[in-house]
Design a protein around this ligand. Structure first.
Ligand code: B4P
Length: 192
């Protein structure tokens, strides 16, 4: 089973690379960002609360995210080839919860960290904002999201480094060239 925890700053290409991984390896894709946006689109009371948080560039509370992940893992089909955890965990508390859940279900994982220069991240998100209509893809919110990333999400890399499953990737290149690096890590690590 192939479980990949795909991390990186906003706009680092997590969603983009997840699609390539799904196509090549036939695994499931869990994007916590997509799950949250679907809840917003449903117009529920919860969705309104989430919208208020995301549009300001903040992270949704850990307890809420844990519920999403628990439900997801518990409902995986028996013949599942694995999962891309796209955008989860974003805090050390989320990483600890995910470790406990994976242990409970006897699942292994590797963590791939997409590293991209800050100027490029900002440019990509501004470009995406022109077509995505996402409330969080504007310059002020992008700057705040990057600050949140440095404060709350970057420590997650150290957490996985200590666990010995941390694999950095240079995400500054064109999409197919980023995927070549990811492929080589997955192919090498799944042969072990
Ligand atoms: P996400 O939906 O995860 O989105 P993201 O970080 O903004 O973007 P991603 O890295 O997926 O970039 P993409 O491939 O689209 O999060 C949104 C929000 O949801 C968060 O800010 C937070 O509020 C909330 N949230 C989500 N998960 C949470 C959690 N676990 N806990 C709490 N809150 C949570 O790429 C960006 C753009 O760049 C695209 O237009 C793409 O085409 C382009 N691009 C990608 N790779 C490129 C490349 N190599 N070269 C050129 N362009 C590239």
């Amino acid at each position: 089973m192939l479980n990949v925890i795909l991390c990186g700053a906003p706009g680092s290409g997590k969603g983009t690379q997840s699609q390539f991984i799904v196509e090549k390896y036939g695994v499931q894709h869990l994007s916590t960002g997509d799950v949250l946006r679907a809840e917003i689109a449903s117009g529920s009371e919860l969705g309104k609360k989430i919208d208020n948080i995301i549009s300001k560039g903040n992270l949704v509370p850990d307890e809420l995210m844990l519920g999403v992940i628990e439900n997801y893992i518990a409902s995986l089909p028996a013949d599942c080839k694995g999962t891309i955890f796209d955008g989860y965990p974003r805090t050390v508390a989320q990483a600890e919860s995910l470790t406990s859940l994976l242990e409970k279900y006897r699942m292994d994982a590797i963590m791939i960290d997409l590293l991209v220069d800050e100027q490029l991240l900002i440019q990509r998100l501004i470009d995406r904002g022109k077509v995505s209509g996402r409330a969080d893809d504007n310059l002020n919110t992008i700057r705040h999201r990057l600050a949140v990333y440095h404060n709350q999400t970057e420590p997650v890399a150290h957490y996985y480094l200590h666990q010995g499953i941390y694999f950095p990737v240079n995400g500054n290149y064109a999409m197919p060239d980023v995927f070549i690096q990811i492929e080589s890590i997955i192919d090498r690590e799944t042969k072990r």
